[in-house]
Design a binder for this molecule. Structure first.
Ligand code: ZN
Length: 395
């Protein structure tokens, strides 16, 4: 098809065309400026003959989804792209070329796996070892190249042209003999069938928003934004960074190191606290109440799973009451099934005064409340209940 106007005139917003084929809600034209999607770039939307184009299907020629249309072969139609959408996708796509290229220049071993450019989020999937500091460098280079407003050009070369040896290309996806080469002059060449802006300045800005693992495939995913979205997001993040630096009493440029130090300190203190809790747990001795061994202990930062596991172990032949505080209070009351003590009742009565609740069974109950300061009172209530139960048992 000669009428792929999205390639020959990527900045065309409106055009006139002739309907050449229809198939239900699908319509093809003798020429179209609607990009059908591909290479990671989402398809265009807009209107044809005043009706919304809500989907595109790749083909030769491409198909436009126009639900409920009554168009016939030979009809002359006026068409218009949703230009805001196309403009953003073109800028994102060219921004992706730039980001991938600068990343490769900084981390040569990195592999570009796939691209996903949408209106709400842009994702670049890579494999290899990638650090945030590398991404920051790449982002800086991207924005220098954007400021230099370097031309982005398109050329067609033969599939066997040696120029392709130094080009990012997925040869298995090339159909026919011609390869469409998109170049950021002097910097980058990629085989690509997508739609791009014609100079780097039109990207506006590139901002890396996030670096994360890309799911179960072992990739890393980079989310990025371009243009006004990048500028507004960058300003907002700058304000957040300045606020965080103020809270920490640090300079913004030192935030990564300060936060890393803080995290390391918190991690080592947490490990020390865990070790301390473990020692207390190991040394916990029962109190003999009327011949029944009763373990009672309070902890800081002991997780609920560990608390429950230890209670399950210590309740053999006796009773175990343990509480731990983090941001809230966790309580477990457990006894050997040989006793007729109702642990749910013990737990419920102790937590009632601080608005807490819990559940479980008569020999093992767990719950909590939002008042960590109530820990001593809650344990005292449990012990009082158990004391009364022992007394009534002896009667
Ligand atoms: Zn491209």
């Amino acid at each position: 098809m000669s009428g792929r106007l999205y390639h020959s005139q990527p900045h065309l917003k409106e055009f006139t065309a002739i309907v050449t084929v229809t198939d239900g809600d699908w319509v093809s034209l003798d020429s179209t400026a609607f990009y059908p999607g591909g290479g990671g770039q989402s398809a265009d939307s807009g209107s044809i003959a005043g009706l919304p184009v809500t989907g595109m299907r790749n083909g030769d020629p491409p198909w436009h989804l126009i639900k409920g249309h009554s168009l016939k072969i030979g009809d002359v139609v006026e068409a218009a792209l949703d230009w805001d959408r196309r403009w953003q996708l073109m800028r994102s796509h060219t921004g992706e070329h730039l980001l991938a290229s600068t990343l490769k220049s900084i981390v040569p071993d990195i592999g570009i796996v796939k691209v996903d450019l949408r209106m709400d989020i842009n994702s670049l999937y890579v494999n290899g070892d990638l650090k945030w500091s590398d991404l920051s460098k790449a982002q800086g280079l991207c924005n220098e190249i954007i400021a230099s407003d370097i031309p982005v050009t398109v050329s067609l070369v033969s599939k066997d042209d040696p120029i392709l040896d130094g080009v990012r290309i997925k040869r298995e996806r090339i159909k026919g003999d011609a390869v469409r080469l998109v170049s950021i002059e002097g910097l980058d060449r990629v085989a690509c069938a997508g739609v791009h802006v014609d100079s780097t300045g039109k990207i506006g800005a590139v901002l890396v928003d996030r670096l994360a693992s890309g799911g179960g495939e072992g990739y890393m995913v980079i989310n990025f934004s371009v243009g006004e979205a990048a500028v507004s997001s960058g300003l907002a993040r700058g304000a957040v960074a300045a606020h965080a630096a103020h809270v920490l009493g640090a300079e913004v440029k030192d935030l990564p190191r300060s936060v890393s130090n803080l995290k390391n300190t918190a991690d080592s203190r947490w490990q020390a606290l865990k070790a301390c809790n473990q020692r207390i747990l190991d040394q916990l001795q029962p109190e003999d109440i009327g011949g029944v061994p009763v373990y009672c202990g309070s902890f800081s930062g002991l997780d609920r799973k560990t608390l429950n596991a230890k209670a399950d172990q210590l309740r053999q032949g006796g009773i175990c009451i343990m509480a731990s505080i983090e941001d809230k209070l966790s309580l477990v009351v457990a006894c050997d099934p040989i006793f007729d003590l109702d642990c749910q009742e013990v737990l419920g009565s102790a937590l009632a005064e601080c608005g807490g609740r819990g559940g479980g069974q008569s020999d093992f109950a767990a719950g909590g409340c939002q008042s960590p300061e109530a820990i001593d009172h809650v344990l005292a209530k449990c012990m009082e209940y158990v004391g009364n139960w022992v007394t009534s048992r002896d009667l």
